[in-house]
Design a protein around this ligand. Structure first.
Ligand SMILES: Nc1ncnc2c1ncn2[C@@H]1O[C@H](COP(=O)(O)OP(=O)(O)O)[C@@H](O)[C@H]1O
Ligand SMILES: [Mg+2]
Length: 245
C-alpha cells in the first residue's frame, strides 16, 4: 500500500500543489488526472522518490521512502516499474537490450536466465519477434510496448505509467489500455496511471485522483466519478471528450 501524506511541492516560487493526501491500495489501478501542467508527473515522481517534497511524505508498505538509506531506496526502486512519457528507450541498442537493461543493472543473472525473462516479457506485450530491431525503427505503439516490457522485467509490485496513450491513435491506445488491464489482472500489479485521456481512465481505472487548482481537488472511485457533480471535474471531463473526438 502507498500512503501519500500532506504532500507539498514547489519549484522556486511556483507552487505545484499542497495538502495532497491519497492512499493507493494493493491491486488497484489509480488514475491521476488533470490538465497539462497541473503536476501529475511531479506527483508520480514523488512516489518512488525521484523528487523530494517540500512537506509531507510517502509511505510504501510502511516505510517512509524519504528516510531510507541509499541502499534501501535502491532495493525499493526495484519494486517499481516505470513506463515514462514517450517510453524513454535507449535508441542506440536493440529492443531486446532495452528490456534486458534492468536485469543487467540490478541482478547478477546469467545470460540464459536473462534471455528467458526478456523473451517472456516481450511475449507478454506481443512483441516476441522484434527483439533484435533497434528501437528507433519501431512505431510509437511498439515503443510503448517495449517500454512496458522493460518496466515489468523485474516483476515489480507497483507499475507507474506516465501518459501511456499520449500520441497514439485510438486503436493503438486501446491495445495499450488492454495491456495495462492485463498486467494489473494477471500479474496482480498495483498500477498508477498519469493521464489526461478520460477514455482510457474509464476503461482501465478503479479510482481517480483529480489534481486542480494546486491541490487534490477530487478523489473517488470510477463509479463515483461517473455521477460526480464536481464542477471543475465535469469541465475537465468535457474538455477531454472533445480532445478524443
Ligand atoms: N524539474 C522541474 N523544475 C522546475 N519546474 C518543474 C520541474 N518539473 C516540473 N516542473 C513544473 O511543475 C509543474 C507541473 O509539471 P508536471 O507534473 O510535469 O505537469 P503534468 O504532468 O500534469 O503535465 C509545471 O508548472 C512544470 O513546469
Ligand atoms: Mg506529465
Amino acid at each position: 500500500m502507498i500512503e501519500i501524506k500532506n504532500l507539498k511541492k514547489s519549484f522556486g516560487s511556483n507552487l505545484v500543489w499542497e495538502d495532497v493526501n491519497l492512499d493507493i491500495h494493493d491491486g488497484e489501478t489509480l488514475a491521476i488526472i488533470g490538465k497539462s501542467g497541473c503536476g501529475k508527473s511531479v506527483l508520480m515522481k514523488h512516489i518512488n522518490a525521484l523528487l523530494t517534497p517540500d512537506e509531507g511524505t510517502v509511505i510504501v508498505d510502511g516505510h517512509d521512502i524519504f528516510k531510507l538509506t541509499y541502499v534501501d531506496l535502491r532495493i525499493l526502486r526495484q519494486r517499481f516499474g516505470f513506463l515514462f512519457q514517450g517510453a524513454a528507450l535507449f535508441d542506440s541498442i536493440s529492443a531486446y537490450e532495452n528490456v534486458a537493461f534492468p536485469l543487467r543493472y540490478f541482478t547478477k543473472w546469467k545470460e540464459d536466465q536473462i534471455h528467458k525473462r526478456v523473451m517472456e516479457c516481450l511475449d507478454m506485450v506481443n512483441l516476441s519477434n522484434i527483439g533484435d530491431k533497434s528501437t528507433a525503427e519501431l512505431s510509437g505503439g511498439m515503443r510503448k510496448r517495449v517500454g512496458l516490457a522493460r518496466a515489468i522485467v523485474l516483476e515489480p509490485d507497483y507499475l507507474m505509467y506516465d501518459e501511456p496513450t499520449s500520441g497514439l491513435d485510438p486503436e493503438t491506445s486501446d491495445e495499450i489500455n488492454d495491456l495495462i488491464i492485463y498486467m494489473s489482472e494477471s500479474l496482480k500489479i498495483t498500477s498508477i496511471v498519469v493521464t489526461h485521456d478520460m477514455h482510457s481512465v474509464l476503461r482501465i481505472a478503479d479510482s481517480a485522483a483529480f489534481l486542480d487548482e494546486q491541490k487534490l481537488s477530487w478523489y473517488g472511485t470510477i463509479d463515483e466519478l461517473r455521477i460526480s457533480k464536481h464542477k471543475r471535474l465535469l469541465e475537465f471531463i468535457k474538455a477531454s471528450e472533445y480532445q478524443i473526438g
